[in-house]
Design a binder for this molecule. Structure first.
Ligand SMILES: NC(=O)c1ccc[n+]([C@@H]2O[C@H](COP(=O)([O-])OP(=O)(O)OC[C@H]3O[C@@H](n4cnc5c(N)ncnc54)[C@H](OP(=O)(O)O)[C@@H]3O)[C@@H](O)[C@H]2O)c1
Length: 240
């Protein structure tokens, strides 16, 4: 049976990944900050009691990451999905052009928070579970990036923290990829597309079902030869 650990599994993209892989018969270690409030996950657990376990993990708390690793006790992980993430423009309509690009007005503490969550934590989680992934059949680490991370595609002011954090996450993908390639682990980064979640907002183009169906198709198609590559949910390879 294939297995997966995913962070930020309680809502949005993480929850839909959990739903779809459970329906495909995968064993899922669903991680979230507050399991006691993760109602949607508990509803899923009622139907998939043998396949789904729910674990407490704030990706910024190393002791919680270690506790989950201890609970897994070396179990193989076919896929690790680093999904948890935060953004600097909730409710500000950045996609509608309402973001304030003036750096003088920027929240620099939030920038650090975003880097810790979207980059440093992803490195910490990947390091903690690298042996579990290397012990599996599929051996895949997935970073949930963004189209906004593409340096080549960007000539737009604003959203500095999110863009720089996801671009750094892309670099992390390349570096972790080179580290783990000798162990046969494929490490890739993928953009879910603009998706209707709390983060994406109600005007986004894609439903979570469309986004995750697309990403699963891309992930299914990738092999070790693709390690260190950057994809869009629709199968297009994105420029760095
Ligand atoms: N939606 C889009 O249009 C879009 C586009 C490009 C990329 N993405 C990326 O897709 C990923 C998922 O986003 P989403 O759209 O599903 O957003 P979302 O609905 O806001 O969900 C974000 C998830 O991340 C979790 N999270 C945040 N900080 C965390 C922490 N410190 N530790 C553990 N979990 C934490 C949240 O948990 P809580 O409930 O505890 O806050 C929640 O489960 C993110 O990495 C995001 O950058 C989304």
């Amino acid at each position: 049976m294939s297995s997966m650990l995913i962070t930020g599994a309680n809502r949005g993209i993480g929850l839909e990944f959990t739903r779809q892989y459970l329906a495909g018969g995968w064993q899922i270690y669903a991680c979230c900050r507050e399991p006691e409030k993760a109602e949607s996950l508990h509803e899923l657990a009622e139907h998939f009691a043998d396949l789904l376990s729910i674990h407490r993990m704030d990706v910024r708390k190393s002791e919680e990451i270690t506790d989950v690793a201890k609970a897994l006790n070396g179990a193989p992980l076919d896929m690790l999905i680093n999904n948890a993430g935060i953004v600097d423009s909730y409710g500000r309509g950045v996609f509608e052009g309402k973001d304030d690009p003036d750096l003088k007005n920027y929240d620099f503490d939030l920038w650090l928070d975003i880097f810790e969550t979207n980059v440093v934590a992803q490195g910490r989680v990947s390091g903690e579970f690298a042996d579990n992934v290397a012990a599996s059949e599929r051996k895949m680490v997935v970073m949930i990036s963004s189209g906004l991370a593409s340096i080549a595609n960007t000539w737009q002011a604003g959203r500095y923290a999110y863009r720089t954090s996801k671009a750094a996450m892309n670099m992390l993908t390349r570096s972790i990829g080179a580290w783990l390639e000798p162990r046969g682990v494929t490490v890739i980064t993928i953009a879910p597309g603009w998706t209707r979640t709390e983060l994406g907002g109600p005007n986004a183009h894609n439903s979570v079902e469309e986004s995750i169906t697309g990403m699963r198709k891309v992930l299914d198609s990738l092999t070790l030869e693709d390690t260190g590559t950057y994809w869009n949910f629709d199968g297009e390879q994105l420029p760095w």
